[in-house]
Write a protein that binds this ligand. Structure first.
Ligand code: SF4
Ligand code: FES
Length: 384
């Protein structure tokens, strides 16, 4: 059967188009966050897609119906062709978002990105103060640079959108973190408790906060929402609870192969940014067309719908809402990517979540003792 004929068959079976394309331009990054979601073996993927290959991918994705395009990494600013890619994305009609540490940014580059048509920038902060930020990310200068670039992004007319990854070593400083974001003039702040993938999974017991810490942080966020409202300040605070304390499993990626597609730096096409550590082989856009990968490849079809589910998901009314939770989390915790996400209280493996919380409560590591993401031999392998 031809590619087009097969795709038409799959599309006819009710698989929607990918709405979101996450372009992981590179795994290179100047920082070494101990919670990085990049794969542990990222250094093995040296052959980055070229500018021309990325442009072809964006054209294919847009032709399939994708509308949102996130540029991430690693640190996407490492790519000197970022402005070219943003410009092409704009011409194709994507809404574009840059997800960045701000290292590699300056006023001139912000203006160049703006002229290229970039719609949105999200800058990550590691902490409310330079010492903790340096301990988490391995760079003593990064914090000041981030603050300066957050102000510059706002001065250039973008909304200031900040993302702070929370964990047991910085969550007690949440009051100061939000105060810092307020003083910077942020428009929106994502307070995202660390999720346990990649390097974060490796450091899990040293990162997971206690339930008490989490409750205090939620109360702090609620207090700040009231305070901001009282002074008429429009700064949205989004608090993301860690899966390990969530009441229900998350509907990860809106369902496997439902709306979200990631292209990794070497061209592997994944249903989520963590999937490449699963025991399955993912297709590469250097060998197959995106349309064929999305509609017809075995990995993208494996966990679509609910026919693959086992008990208890198979008989559960929630399965259309949460799709059995996260496949990557199921694999990381049970060794079986088709298992019910252990976050679910009905999972026979839910005890693993409780045990992880317990282990975290006695983990003695200070933030400096966590395993940092390895330094990349960063400048050597890009063909851009
Ligand atoms: Fe969701 Fe499965 Fe748990 Fe039901 S049993 S709530 S479908 S994860
Ligand atoms: Fe991969 Fe949830 S992170 S399916």
């Amino acid at each position: 059967m031809t590619e087009i004929a097969r795709s038409q068959t799959s599309e006819a079976h009710g698989i929607g188009a990918p709405l979101w394309l996450l372009a992981e331009l590179t795994y290179r990054c100047p920082l070494q966050c101990a919670y990085c979601s990049n794969p542990l073996d990222f250094a093995a993927y040296r052959d980055e897609l070229t500018t021309g290959e990325w442009i072809d991918i964006m054209r294919q994705a847009r032709a399939m119906g994708a509308v949102q395009l996130g540029f991430s990494g690693g640190e996407p600013l490492v790519r000197r062709d970022l402005e070219t890619l943003v410009g092409e994305a704009r011409r194709l009609g994507f809404y574009t978002n840059l997800i960045t540490s701000a290292l590699g940014l300056d006023e001139a580059r912000i203006m160049a990105l703006r002229e290229a048509g970039l719609d949105h920038i999200q800058i990550s902060l590691q902490a409310g103060d330079a010492d903790m930020a340096a301990a988490v990310a391995g760079s003593p200068k990064a914090h000041a640079k981030k603050l300066a670039m957050a102000r510059a992004v706002k001065a250039a007319g973008y909304p200031m959108v900040l993302n702070v990854v929370l964990h047991r070593h910085n969550i007690d400083d949440l009051d100061a973190i939000i105060a810092l974001c307020d003083s910077l003039g942020a428009d929106a702040v994502e307070l995202a408790n660390c999720q346990m993938y990649g390097w974060a999974q490796l450091n899990r017991e040293g990162l997971l906060p206690s339930r008490e810490q989490l409750e205090v942080a939620e109360a702090t966020t609620a207090r700040w929402r009231e305070r901001l409202a009282a002074k008429g300040r429009d700064m949205r605070l989004l608090f993301v609870v860690p899966d390990y304390y969530a009441e229900r499993p998350k509907a990860c990626m809106g369902g496997w192969g439902a709306i979200f597609m990631t292209v990794a730096p070497d061209g592997a096409v994944l249903p989520c940014h963590s999937a490449r550590m699963l025991p399955m082989s993912f297709p590469n856009v250097r060998e197959r067309r995106l349309r064929e990968i999305w509609y017809d490849s075995e990995p993208f079809n494996r966990y679509r719908g609910d026919a693959w589910m086992r008990s208890p998901c198979r008989d559960c009314d929630e399965r259309k809402r949460d799709f059995g939770g996260c496949r990557c989390q199921a694999y990381l915790l049970t060794g079986d990517p088709a298992a019910t996400d252990p976050v679910c209280e009905y999972s026979p493996h839910h005890g693993l979540i409780e045990a992880a919380r317990e282990a975290a409560s006695t983990d003695p590591r200070r933030v400096e003792q966590l395993t940092p993401r390895s330094v990349h031999e960063s400048q050597v392998f890009c063909r851009q």
